[in-house]
Design a protein around this ligand. Structure first.
Ligand SMILES: Nc1nc2c(ncn2[C@@H]2O[C@H](COP(=O)(O)OP(=O)(O)OP(=O)(O)O)[C@@H](O)[C@H]2O)c(=O)[nH]1
Ligand SMILES: [Mg+2]
Length: 316
């Protein structure tokens, strides 16, 4: 069976199989992605990031339900979930989640980076491409905001939603520098708890103090009670408005160029490493390491040498 064609035809088992393939990586995954690449570029890719337990999955599920009611199809990727995707959502909104599961217009996939030798960002980008090719109108990517994760997701998305919670209040300065720069939308979730308004005010103050946004879009700060589906329509509408803004201001192409450059860099890094690994024997590798330790070779010269070995006669 032609996996690419089955995926394009809307076969969900083929999609699941294809996702497993790109998670593993390798030549088969590459040729599948090459075959599908021309069919990508339609989906609105939305990254959702925030601290563990901020309510990302609950919000993502509620957004998905909202867009389904609007007749749009939704693909969801949860990267490194610390809790199962549907846990919060099921507790919070049983009926809505039941509507999601069993709905062919929604596809949910979790991806774990544990035990993987790097490549999670590349694998996530590939998974997004598959959902895009499979004709999902919106692709939501959930990542825990802990270090590189949220920056990676912002580089791969059209629209990035950053979730905060009330009571981040006192240590709101602890919101990592950089989080405001990547946010296209800021959401204070769990607004049923004390201090939500204060957190909103603090975020707005931080935004007004920050440098004016390079792309001219000032991120709205919205509140939500994702668990009860409150504030969801405003968030969905703001995400759509952001995409419209990118398109109408001519900045969409720039975003696409950034996304493409980011993806190309990830692929180059991984491919170069893979080729070096394939062509340099462990003993040769160890000999180079020994030379570096002995200070008879510097690591840059070693890398040059390895790259030459890895990239020569590259008749793959
Ligand atoms: N009080 C309150 N609780 C919420 C709200 N939204 C989600 N929760 C709860 O917060 C907990 C975490 O929700 P999740 O959606 O799993 O959060 P998450 O950010 O996806 O968590 P991880 O993926 O584990 O990082 C669950 O118990 C939810 O029911 C809300 O608006 N108010
Ligand atoms: Mg989650």
């Amino acid at each position: 069976m032609d996996l690419a064609q089955a995926l394009l035809d809307g076969n969900r088992r083929a999609l699941a199989q294809a996702l497993t393939l790109v998670e593993t990586g390798g030549p088969q995954a590459r040729s599948l992605l090459s075959a599908l690449f021309a069919q990508t570029g339609r989906a609105h890719i939305i990254g959702v990031t925030g601290a563990p337990g901020a309510g990302k999955s609950t919000l993502v599920a509620a957004l998905a339900a909202y867009w389904r009611r609007a007749g749009r199809t939704v693909g969801i990727i949860a990267v490194d979930p610390t809790s199962p995707f549907t846990r919060g959502a099921i507790l919070g909104d049983r009926i809505r989640m039941q509507t999601l599961s069993g709905d062919p217009g929604v596809f949910i996939r979790s991806m774990a980076s544990r035990g993987r030798l790097g490549g999670i960002a590349r694998a996530t980008g590939d998974a997004v491409a598959l959902l895009d090719a499979a004709n999902f109108d919106v692709v939501l990517v959930e990542t825990v905001g802990a270090g590189q994760g949220e920056v990676e997701i912002a580089a791969a998305a059209h629209t990035t939603i950053v979730i905060e919670t009330p009571g981040a209040g006192d240590d709101i300065q602890a919101i990592k520098a950089g989080i405001l720069e990547i946010a296209d939308l800021l959401v204070v979730n769990k607004a049923d708890r004390d201090g939500a308004e204060q957190t909103v005010r603090q975020l707005r103050a931080m935004l007004s103090l920050a440098d004016p946004p390079a792309d001219g879009w000032t991120p709205p700060v919205l509140t939500a009670v994702a668990m009860r589906g409150e504030g969801i329509e405003a968030i969905a509408t703001a995400a759509e408005r952001h995409l419209d803004y990118l398109r109408n201001s001519g900045r969409f192409t720039g975003r696409e160029q950034e996304r493409a450059a980011h993806e190309l860099r990830l692929i180059l890094q991984e491919t170069a490493l893979e080729r070096v690994r394939a062509r340099v024997s462990p003993s040769e590798w160890e000999a180079l390491i020994a030379q570096i330790v002995a200070r008879t070779l510097d690591p840059y010269a070693a890398a040059d040498h390895l790259l030459e070995r890895g990239l020569s006669h590259s008749g793959e």
